[in-house]
Design a protein around this ligand. Sequence first.
Ligand code: MG
Length: 389
Amino acid sequence: MEQESRPTHVVVLGSTGSIGRSALGVIRHDGGLRLRAWGLSGHTRAAELVAQAREHLPRYVAATDPESAGQIRKELAGTGVEVLSGLDGIVRMVQDPETDRVLSAIVGAVGLSGTWAALEAGKIVALANKETLVVGGPLIMELARERGTTVLPVDSEHSAIFQAMKAGGRSEVRRVVLTSSGGPFRGRSARELEKVTPEDALKHPTWQMGPKITIDSATLMNKALEVIEARWLFGLEPDQVDVVIHPESIVHSFVEFVDGSVIAQLSPPDMRLPIQYALNYPDRRPGPSPKMEWSRAFALHFEPPDRETFPGLELGFEVMRRGGTAGAALNAANEAAVARFLAGQIGFLDITRACRAALDSHHFDPSPTLDTLWRVDAQARREIDRWQS
Ligand code: MG
């Protein structure tokens, strides 16, 4: 149970990443009134973790890299901040009796362990790590139910859907529609995409994000992963999830109810808003995010996605329908393929081709355990490492 008399104690997993830094911006703006950074975790960015710890004076800092942990421990000596190391450190921090909420913002499937540990301890999880639900959605949601706790979405689209859902009953939802900016290559042909470089793909038109998710936005794999995430998070049937391209990234997604009413959430693109909503939920608080400017004319555009040029999106719908181990295979293949693309080893269109191959060759299990999911994950990564275009 969260305490009414003191600020909510927040553990930020992945505090040196893009979402983690935005979360600390929200906590800084709150000024200790409602929110307090209780734990911070990073991997190797020791200097940044030390700077964050000096500013926020959390109870714990955890570095998953043991060498970084040693360095941080020396630098924070005498501050009263306890420095932990490795996955054990993360588990200890999220399961601390005084931890209230865990913001899970470590990128990739590695983020699953911390989320799992937090839910096991009955903590409210603000989930920014979409890979967790893509890999093990049914298991994660079942664990949350079992422990009587909640998974609150931080992904902007899912936060929008979560907010819009409040306009009606669950049985009154006809479908949810996720918006996508279309990424930097909207309107291009597949032929034009053949020669795209990592530098081209890292220029996102509307969102400032880390490299992995920016490449995912360029292939539309990010939307594919979000389609899968939406199904498990909201307990939807596969035909209740759809995608529309909306280049301005102002309408963050919407819910269509059975009577035809569509309820959307709008705001300028800034991740601090969905983060803040998840940290303060069910309350709404004044925050640092920019507000809509209604005093000048502007237009919002919507168009169907180009599924032929961006086949990654189709993979998402297919994997959402199949469930089981398909999400773990697709996610791991994509993580490994994005890393190879960024390293200049494979082309842009190869990312989706390699994912297709890994998905087709994996041994499908319709109701896997967590161990099976990790095995499928490792196997898909090996497959991509060997993959040749
Ligand atoms: Mg998103």
